[in-house]
Design a protein around this ligand. Sequence first.
Ligand code: 13P
Ligand code: SF4
Length: 310
Amino acid sequence: MMTITSVDLIEQIQEVKRQRNAVILAHSYQRPEVQDVADFVGDSLGLSRLAASTPADVIVFAGVYFMAETAAILNPNKTVLIPDPDAGCSLSDTISAKDVQLWRDENPDGQVVAYVNTSAEVKALSDVCVTSANAVEVVAQLDTSRPIFFLPDMFLGAHVERQTGIKMHIWMGECHVHAGIGTKEIEETLIAHPNAEFMIHPECSCGSSCLYLKPDAKMLSTEGMVRYAQGSQRNEFVIATEVGIVHRLNAMAPGKKFLPVKEDAICEYMKMITLEKVYDSLVEDRYVVKVDPEIAKKAKKAIDAMIKVG
Ligand code: 13P
Ligand code: SF4
């Protein structure tokens, strides 16, 4: 049950937000109360698009750093705030700009496809960004006579290869949360719920074995899961991703049952954002996300190319 204090805090957040003409964007792995106070909740692609088109003067990004950084790159003239700048991403941390430059030096005619879960410096060395919602579509449009470097998620990369039939050089990075969702617990949950549909995020490590277990599994981005659940005739869904999505699914597809395969699949970076930090962020203008203008200019080209697809 919500305490008086949090009700007050929510009202105060709404008030400061109005005064500052601010918008709060939240990823669907955020804490339930942060999702509820946000103006928009969504996946990386949807939130990037909203960041690109919002008329607000201030964007508070309730998500992880690369997401706020993407919003800042798209809005060089707006104030973009992240309530906690330490909200990082283990996947993004697996690759540096130096790693990308090395591949570029060895493959001068190559094309670099960067998952949006990367730093601005990595994006600046990339031709196009993708999210889990449009990676297959973006890669399918590339010139296959030139080498393709897909980074940094190896499981999303393998999914894209399976879907497109295009061979790529894939960086062996992974997200600790999704890599930790094992085939055994998925199998157990599916056996216990034989009539449920199965929705899995492509960052999960069990990609091909999951498809073997359940060939009609749906590999979807977080917002793809919301749309799929809304449109499906079924009422029960087994979910393989970070558990924050369950709050979003319950809100958007009420009356349906969502069963996470791993209750402790929790991204501690996403959970670093609290209501208190959102309030402080709005009141004290913290923490402003700044990107070097030269890096931002190059990264924006790859992000703009991503936003157009899917
Ligand atoms: P989505 O783009 O599907 O929301 O995924 C973002 C993410 O960080 C998954 O771990
Ligand atoms: Fe990064 Fe994984 Fe957290 Fe997504 S769930 S933000 S990929 S650490």
